[in-house]
Design a protein around this ligand. Structure first.
Ligand code: VG1
Ligand code: CO
Length: 559
């Protein structure tokens, strides 16, 4: 087996976004496009010879081809070993688990997460570092710089490894050994979950007892990567019935759907919950890091509340009894419900930019136990990615301990801490230029000295501006600075508006508008979020002239 050096030319725009490089499959299929990016990732690793990488993804279209390219290029560049999920399948949380457990150099995750898959949809490649988390801004910046000047890549064209079979392939490349180890996609992740949670307790909740009926689950994998994990964990280990899980076969195009667990794209789960007598519903995204949690009759738990409830009940989970509860964190647009839990428990609370990579440093420094994002991401320092199945197991642990329904738990939480109403409007796939223009104008407006103190009114409600800025984050651990992380308008009554452009789309611009208001425990805490937030959202639309710039009279998705 010999190494071939292939001349290549740089492609424009190989800049990783919020969570890796995401583009249409057709873009990745261009000659040398994927090869260039893989070589650039490898060139960013020091020292590369002797390194070990985990490789796997969500099973979407082009994943198998990408695994093959990675094997051939890694072999040619002196990588010592690749640990590959069987058939190239690994959830994002499983990749993080493996990197940490086997203490390897890093990992390459093949996913575009919640974006649709298939030949006409999206693919993605993400590099994770040795802590198991998404590479930091400085690393992704370095990779991007390399892609701009790349002139060749190394490849072993004749190395063919069958990743459908478990076991090791050992070869010699230029006199040095190279190993591909194909592993079971679920085993190590399952072992970790068993260390964290009390499986026997969750099992007895699910199966019921002489004094309590079985707790009925409906878990929807949306034809993403979680299918095999869900079947193994919930059916085999926890004794759920076969029909408690649906869409568990990973499909390259996710059955033609958007594998995104929210009220719009997981509408079939919502309908089934409304019409059925399930106690608990959940859905996950394509790569298994996101989760949506529903109670009986589709009672919706907004992710910001989910984080706060779990934070307030960590004593129900054996892992946290052992590690103790360090601090809490949320991304900036996430509603501040968890901040109130932190204050009550006198723990540190961090507000980071959007994207999971910013939590890793805090966890590595021992200052963060559990964190989340409004975008259906919840996780803890057991790994360095958000973790959908973990979140469901955490919820089931809390329910098993408290013996209350999801709705009861939320009501009690609001009665204790008050309620942070939250909504997000997404305007997907808009024209880029006018959206950039809108953001520019908005920033000028909210940062002008006369903005503070202004009264903005709609539908009989008035909000007085306390502060406006473009969010900037200084990492408390390494002091690195992340700028331009979203335009914020903070009001005197604690309400907030945030405007961001998405960093995960593959074409055009997606505008995200986030609105939050706080209602104290004594106030009206059981109103529909959409009703409670109507005036604030109207203020947001007026202030930004969003409808004019996006040419949309309503959002694509509301969460
Ligand atoms: C979105 C979410 C963000 C999340 C990111 C990756 O980013 O808003 O909270 O971390 O997706 O999630 P953006 O830049 O489009 O707003 V996933 O499940 O793609 O790894
Ligand atoms: Co995801």
């Amino acid at each position: 087996l010999s190494v071939k050096r292939v001349e290549t030319k740089p492609y424009e725009g190989q800049k990783p976004g919020t969570s890796g490089l995401r583009k249409a499959v057709k873009v990745f299929q261009q000659p040398n496009y994927t090869e260039n990016f893989i070589q650039a990732i490898l060139n960013s690793i020091h020292p590369l010879p002797g390194s070990v990488l985990v490789v796997g993804g969500d099973g979407r279209y082009f994943g198998k081809e990408a695994v093959d390219i990675i094997i051939k290029i890694a072999a040619a560049n002196g990588v010592a070993k690749l640990i590959v999920g069987q058939n190239g399948i690994l959830s994002t949380p499983a990749v993080s688990t493996l990197i940490r457990k086997y203490q390897v150099t890093g990992g390459i995750v093949l996913t575009a997460s919640h974006n649709p898959g298939g030949p006409d949809n999206d693919f993605g490649i993400k590099f994770n570092s040795s802590n198991g988390g998404p590479a930091s801004d400085s690393v992704t910046e370095k990779i991007y710089e390399i892609t701009k000047t790349i002139s060749f890549y190394n490849i072993v064209p004749d190395l063919n490894v069958d990743v459908s079979k478990l076991g090791e392939t050992n070869v010699q490349i230029g006199g040095k050994p190279f190993t591909v180890q194909v592993i079971d996609s679920v085993a190590d992740y399952l072992a970790l979950m068993k260390e964290i949670f009390d499986f026997a307790k969750i099992k007895s909740l699910i199966q019921g007892s002489s004094s309590r009926p079985p707790f009925k689950l409906l878990i929807n994998s949306m034809h993403g990567v979680t299918g095999p994990y869900v079947e193994h964990i919930f059916i085999k280990e926890l004794g759920a019935a076969k029909d408690n899980t649906v869409n568990t076969v990973p499909l390259p195009d996710f059955g033609g759907h958007h594998p995104d667990p929210n009220l719009t794209y997981a509408a079939d789960l919502v309908t089934a919950m409304k019409n059925g007598d399930y106690d608990f519903g959940a859905a996950f995204d394509g790569d298994g890091d996101r989760n949506m949690v529903l109670g009986k009759k589709a009672f919706f738990v907004t992710p910001s509340d989910s984080l706060a409830v779990l934070a307030n009940n960590l004593n129900c989970i054996p892992y946290f009894k052992k590690t103790g509860v360090k601090g809490f964190a949320r991304s900036m647009p996430t509603a501040a419900a968890v901040d109130r839990v932190a204050a009550a428990q006198k723990k540190e609370i961090f507000e980071t930019p959007t994207g999971w990579k910013y939590f890793g440093n805090l966890m590595d420094a021992g200052r963060l136990s559990i964190c989340g994002e409004e975008s259906f991401g919840t996780g803890s320092d057991h790994i360095r990615e958000k973790d959908g199945i973990w979140a469901v197991l955490a919820w089931l642990s809390v329910i098993a301990e408290l013996g209350e329904s999801v709705e009861q738990i939320l009501l009690k939480h609001w009665k204790t801490f008050g309620r942070n109403y939250f909504t997000r409007y997404d305007y997907e796939n808009c024209e880029s230029a006018p959206c950039n223009e809108m953001m520019k104008k908005l920033e000028e407006k909210v940062t002008s000295p006369s903005f503070v103190g202004q009264s903005l009114s709609s539908q009989g409600k008035t909000f007085v501006v306390k502060k406006g800025d473009n969010f900037e984050y200084v990492d408390p651990v390494d002091k690195s600075v992340a700028k331009n992380q979203g335009i914020r308008v903070l009001f005197e009554d604690g309400s907030r508006l945030i405007y961001r452009l998405s960093g995960t789309g593959s074409s055009g611009a997606t505008v995200r508008l986030y609105a939050e208001s706080y209602e104290p425990a004594s106030g009206s805490i059981t109103v529909e979020a959409s009703v409670a937030l109507q005036p604030l959202v109207q203020v947001a639309l007026d202030l930004s002239e969003l409808q004019k710039f996006t040419k949309r009279d309503k959002p694509t998705v509301i969460t």
